[in-house]
Design a protein around this ligand. Structure first.
Ligand code: CTP
Length: 436
């Protein structure tokens, strides 16, 4: 495998070498594991390094972070840590462990173990490949479960027949890997997956664990493919009893994919979008508000996440009508959209059939979003306007004028306020406020 490693970017390779050296100094053995190795063999770019340490993963991570002057977050209870060098360069470190499931679908009991024990607990053969990184065996591949031949034959295969019973979230993982890489789920794995579905194992686990896997699925590039396969194999009733991928929902999800791609192609450098959340709302789009609320509660989505999802269902009809009006001024578009999250706006854009609505939302992203005025309270004071709640109304007027292209510079903003004052508008604002 050394030649595969040598092809990695210099920065990554030297990080791997330093990690191996540190493990050696501490008397530990360290290995690259999991998705990183799988993707290395597939030739897929993946800079998320997973390192398993036979010894003490946290001690190793601390020594590595100190040497590289990097940030570290450790979870002592799990023997894991994340060392972050740059936003796009991080290492997940784990102490090798042995796991067993006391009951189907429960969380596993975890003890320290060897690298072999660590591999036995994994989901699919494609994720069991390991590359040693200590100096004395740097680059040596360990392939206990014929993972490499499964990767080359493009097969998702479980390690043992009870895998999906032990951990039903693997049903979602199998589908995710199949669709991401265009693999096949091999026949015995498929049979065992279907058995686990029949035994209703997806209803037997903590919803939060399913939620995390569902989010990973929705973070894929084209989640619709995976969702369709998931429905085919397991149905979607574990999310909501009435949930189906109807033609309408599929079409809407397709449209969400287009809009997410559009957003990423234009704004991904500066603005973050939780695309998974767009897809989740898209998936639930055929349900009514109460059913969506129940899904958010059962899967314990965080407050901010649930709020964004529900906001779409609460506002979509009203906002789509308003946004579709011809001749809407930029300031009106701004006040309709500015309070919303990007995810909700992308959902609205995916749902909009009207041309004006599309143009309004595109203009919002390109031009209006983030518009701010120069003037502050002391500028108004300087114009002889006594402070009070009417300041907010004046600022809003200036902002609208700016959005509608009537003012640009600080001086133009000041002149605009002077005109409001002379026309008696400022005095009227003051009176309105004092009348409550
Ligand atoms: N794993 C598992 N069972 C699970 C979750 C994870 O066996 N329910 C194992 C897999 O072997 C996986 C490793 O833990 O390779 C790390 O999990 P994760 O980071 O979710 O997966 P990756 O393989 O790194 O995949 P991705 O490329 O999606 O990050």
């Amino acid at each position: 495998m050394e030649k595969h490693l040598k092809r990695l970017p210099e920065e990554l390779l030297s990080l791997i070498c330093v990690s191996g050296d540190i493990a050696g100094h501490l008397g530990f053995r360290a290995y690259l594991v999991g998705g990183f190795v799988r993707d290395l063999i597939l030739g897929v770019k993946n800079f998320d390094l997973d390192i398993a340490v036979e010894g003490d993963g946290i001690l190793f991570a601390e020594a590595l972070a100190e040497k590289l002057n990097a940030k570290i977050i450790s979870h002592k209870r799990f023997g894991t840590a994340t060392v972050t060098l740059k936003p796009h360069l991080k290492l997940d470190i784990a102490t090798t462990r042995k796991e067993f499931y006391p009951e189907p679908g429960s969380l596993p009991v975890v003890n320290k173990g060897s690298i072999k024990d660590d591999l036995f607990r994994r989901d699919f053969t494609i994720n069991t490949l390991v590359i040693a990184i200590n100096k004395d065996n740097f680059g040596q591949l360990m392939d206990l479960f014929k993972g490499k031949s499964d990767i080359l034959a493009r097969k998702v295969r479980i390690l043992h027949n009870l895998s999906f019973i032990d951990d039903p979230t693997r049903i979602l993982r199998a589908v995710r890997f199949q669709k991401r890489y265009d693999f096949q789920i091999e026949p015995n794995t498929l049979k065992r997956l279907k058995e686990a579905v029949k035994l209703k194992m997806l209803f037997a686990i903590e919803p939060q664990r399913l939620r995390d896997e569902l989010i990973l699925m929705l973070k894929e590039n084209e989640p619709l493919r995976a969702l369709k396969r998931l429905e085919e194999l397991a149905g979607l009733s574990f999310i909501n009893p009435d949930l189906k991928l109807s033609g309408k929902t599929e079409k809407f999800l397709g449209s969400c994919q287009d809009q997410v791609k559009w957003f990423k192609s234009k704004f991904s450098q500066h603005r973050h979008l939780d695309s998974w959340l767009v897809y989740l709302a898209g998936l639930l789009s055929g349900l009514d508000l109460e059913a969506v609320r129940a899904v958010c509660e059962r899967f314990v989505f965080r407050k901010g996440e649930a709020k964004r999802i529900l906001e779409f269902f609460l506002l979509r009809d009203k906002l789509l009508v308003k946004l579709s009006l011809p001749g809407l001024r930029p300031s009106s578009v701004f006040h309709l959209l500015e309070p919303l999250s990007y995810e909700v706006i992308i959902l609205l854009k995916a749902a909009a059939a009207n041309k004006f609505a599309h143009v309004n939302m595109e203009n919002f992203f390109h031009a209006y979003n983030g518009t701010a005025i120069y003037l502050r309270g002391h500028d108004l004071k300087g114009l002889g306007i006594a402070p009070g709640p009417h300041y907010q109304k004046i600022f809003r007027r200036v902002l609208n004028a700016k959005l509608n292209g009537k003012v640009k510079t600080v001086q133009e903003e000041l002149d605009f306020v002077k005109k409001l004052k002379n026309a008696g508008t400022v005095a009227r604002f003051g009176k309105e406020n004092s009348n409550g």
